[in-house]
Design a protein around this ligand. Structure first.
Ligand code: NI
Length: 224
């Protein structure tokens, strides 16, 4: 499932993020790449331990925890502390798959990357190129979203970021270990959840029955 979640960050939060990121010292993005993806990766990144990354990452995690659409779609178990990257001057990230397991720097914590997330931090009109291209069963999807919007896609997908030929593309990226690791099962639960929400809006008594089905499926499939 590839899903866009609008307005993760408010206008004020976006302006805080831009203010901090404009002043930050960026380093070569190969620092967090695996062996294979390092060859494809050409961008700049904030070091994981950078105070700006910590501060903005905390802000993003707070916004995610308060976003019902994100919770329903991702069923998050653990979220990797958000990272930040910047592409300009023709930089790109060629086709790759994200590492399956990521260690949180400076901790023993490991996260299985079930879902990849990209949160766009600048407006699409501020740069040319820079589309996130994700290959799924229905072909290639091109994603370029307004600032503050986020896309979730299965971390199993081949994906790339097209060259940025004007301006700079600044974004946050991170991974989610879901309580339900299988994308197809997670998608079914999400569809069922949306249906239940509609039944609830209509005060339909079937909502209770389907909520029972939802939780009983979650009980079968979730790892916590
Ligand atoms: Ni990637």
């Amino acid at each position: 499932m590839l899903l866009t979640i609008p307005d993760i960050l408010s206008v004020e939060q976006l302006s805080t993020a831009r203010h901090i990121l404009d002043k930050a010292e960026w380093v070569d993005g190969k620092v967090t790449a695996g062996f294979q993806s390092a060859r494809a990766k050409d961008n700049m990144q904030l070091p994981e331990s950078h105070p700006a990354a910590r501060e903005l990452g905390g802000m993003i995690l707070g916004a995610l925890a308060a976003n019902p659409l994100f919770i329903a779609a991702a069923l998050p178990q653990r979220i990797f502390p958000p990272l930040f990257n910047r592409y300009s001057g023709g930089q790109s990230f060629g086709t790759h798959v994200d590492n399956a397991i990521r260690q949180v720097a400076g901790t023993p914590q490991r996260i299985r990357t079930d879902i990849s997330a990209t949160l766009f931090l600048v407006e699409p009109g501020e740069y040319d190129g820079g589309e996130l291209c994700v290959e799924d069963t229905y072909g290639m999807k091109k994603v370029k979203l307004p600032a503050g919007h986020m896309v979730l896609y299965p971390a199993t997908s081949l994906h790339q970021v097209r060259p940025v030929t004007r301006g700079a593309r600044v974004g946050s990226f991170f991974w989610i270990q879901s309580m339900v690791r299988d994308d197809a099962k997670r998608s079914l639960l999400f569809d069922l959840d949306l249906g239940i929400q509609q039944l609830n809006r209509e005060n339909n008594p079937l909502a209770v029955q389907f909520t029972g089905v939802y939780h009983n499926l979650l009980r079968q499939w979730a790892e916590v």
